[in-house]
Design a protein around this ligand. Structure first.
Ligand SMILES: Cc1cc2nc3c(=O)[nH]c(=O)nc-3n(C[C@H](O)[C@H](O)[C@H](O)COP(=O)(O)OP(=O)(O)OC[C@H]3O[C@@H](n4cnc5c(N)ncnc54)[C@H](O)[C@@H]3O)c2cc1C
Length: 494
């Protein structure tokens, strides 16, 4: 057996979260081994946020051109997927090559290993024949993969996941999208706008089922306006593929198309990680963490694998907490058993890290004050980048009521605001605010509209900082902006 090599930290999985942690700890002067079996950067830059938003940008340009009729004359639009595929290949992913990301990490002083990392007992990570003993900790940022339901006949067919959907160079004539969550809705609208006959099959009663019902209604209307068929309450029980066509059977209903995209959720990469060697249950869906991202002694987790929300901004937020906590441990270890709670080392290292990462989020500044920041997801924002965008923060009305909170709801249609009326976009949008009447603060909000994700930022500040509703009511909202509708929603609180 190979002799373990002593290093400070090993980071397994260099997706958004792992890369951020590994890079910043290396910059802080620790010896860091970063292990990645696929592409450094993970899903977001290669098969997730970035290329999908490039697709959305292109699809929205088509939709906007089609709106010229009736507003500004007439326009003839001919959709062409080639420039989209080229841009994703050349600008976003470097043809799915992570050379630049690897160089970025090693340029910060990190040591990169391509391979699968596996825990090998307390403090140890094995990568092939190499074994590392981590003096200051191990960070697991192994992310998720598509969760594929065990539908009869599906395995072995050439169905798409988000990978094939993002890599597609030539569009099919028709597409079934199994799963009407955020990813399914975004991609369905993109492909429909490029002329693909798209059908969304959703198991529950509505698409975007985790969001407010009003959001689902607007998003469904928007997709239908783009020609997307939406079938709800579809529990697929059998899939057939005859070489040219997929057929999905659900009870006595069946749906056929040239391609099938399966986006029914994500599952954490936990198997083959050797969790049992450190006494962690490997059968869990996610890795539960405390508010400093500890899984257990000497092991932290970051990003999607924690199950706290599958968003890049969560991974970055958690990464800053992990960095602060690891550096705090280093400081304490170096100061010895009498270490006081002074902040000098942590403060210094965090300062250097934030200058590079620029992503401290809410956790950063408090880390520099000598106490490690604690994760707080009360004001977690989420945006579905359909057109109109669906932005939301904090609790939905239903979640708030289920928690027994004394709920007040305020609602306004965007079309009743001056800007919404001028913009003349169908099916429009709305602002919905959820207040805790006893505390007099917002605990959740939804902003649906042409810039729903951007308008959301004001509502995120309100929830995050618990700004009293009375103060929000007396803010000055610029006229005629979309965000001015927030004031009408607040006025409607009852
Ligand atoms: C289509 C799509 C669109 C999305 N759009 C958005 C968006 O608009 N906004 C947003 O915030 N989020 C979006 N997301 C989610 C976002 O991509 C994830 O939240 C983010 O990538 C999570 O980062 P991560 O570091 O936790 O994991 P990942 O990015 O999944 O990275 C984990 C890495 O670990 C590696 N790995 C796993 N096991 C091992 C092992 N044993 N050894 C070595 N390496 C290992 C994997 O190869 C992978 O590279 C989208 C996702 C998808 C699929």
């Amino acid at each position: 057996m190979a002799e373990p090599e002593l290093v400070d930290v090993v980071v397994v999985g260099l997706g958004v979260g792992g890369e951020e942690v590994a890079g910043r700890l290396a910059e802080a002067g620790l010896s860091v081994v970063g292990v990645e079996r696929d592409l450094v950067g993970g899903e977001c830059p290669y098969w997730g946020c970035v290329p999908s938003k490039m697709m959305i940008r292109a699809a929205n340009a088509l939709a906007e051109a089609r709106r010229v009729d009736g507003l500004a004359g007439s326009a003839q639009v001919r959709a062409d997927w080639a420039p989209v595929a080229k841009r994703i290949r050349e600008e976003a992913t470097d043809t799915w090559n992570d050379r630049a990301a690897v160089d970025r990490f090693t340029g910060k002083g990190g040591r990169f290993l391509r391979g699968s990392g596996r825990l090998d007992g307390p403090g140890r990570v094995r990568v092939g024949d190499q074994v590392f003993q981590a003096r200051h900790g191990i960070v697991l940022g192994t992310g998720t993969r598509p969760s594929i339901a065990p539908i009869d006949g599906l395995a072995g067919t050439p169905y798409w996941t988000n990978h094939q959907a993002i890599e597609v160079a030539e569009l099919p004539a028709s597409l079934l999208v199994l799963g009407g969550g955020a990813i399914g809705a975004e991609l369905a609208q993109v492909f429909a706008r490029f002329g693909v006959a798209v059908t969304v099959l959703e198991a529950s009663g509505r698409i975007l089922a985790l969001e407010e019902p009003e959001s689902s209604e607007v998003a469904a209307a928007a997709l239908r306006a783009d020609g997307v068929e939406i079938a709800t309450e579809v529990r697929a029980d059998r899939v057939e593929h005859d070489g040219d066509t997929f057929t999905v059977h659900a009870g006595d209903r069946s749906f056929s198309a040239e391609k099938l995209l399966v986006v029914t959720g994500r599952r954490a990469h936990l198997d083959e990680l050797g969790l049992d060697t450190v006494g962690i249950d490997a059968g869990q869906r996610y890795l539960p963490v405390d508010d400093r991202m500890h899984v257990t002694d000497g092991i932290w987790a970051v990003g999607d694998v924690t199950g706290e929300g599958a968003f890049t901004h969560i991974a970055m937020y958690q990464a800053s907490i992990v960095v602060a906590d690891v550096l705090d441990g280093v400081r304490r270890a170096e100061a010895g058993p009498d270490a006081s709670g002074t902040a000098s080392v942590v403060g210094g290292a965090m300062g250097a890290a934030s200058a590079v990462g620029g992503s401290m989020g809410a956790a950063g500044p408090s880390g520099a004050a000598g106490t490690v920041p604690r994760a707080d997801y009360r004001a977690l924002p989420r945006v579905t980048f359909t057109d109109p965008e669906v932005g939301a923060v904090g609790l939905t009305e239903r979640q708030a009521r289920e928690r027994g909170i004394n709920v007040q709801v305020g609602f306004t249609e965007l079309s009743s605001s001056t800007r919404g009326w001028i913009h003349k976009s169908e099916p429009g949008g709305f602002i919905k605010v959820i207040a805790d009447a006893d505390q007099g603060v917002l605990i959740g909000a939804t902003s649906v509209g042409p810039a729903g994700g951007e308008v959301l930022s004001a509502l995120v500040v309100a929830v995050h900082a618990a700004v009293p509703v009375s103060q929000l009511r007396h803010m000055i909202y610029a006229y005629p902006t979309f965000h001015r509708a927030i004031q009408s929603a607040l006025d409607d609180l009852s």
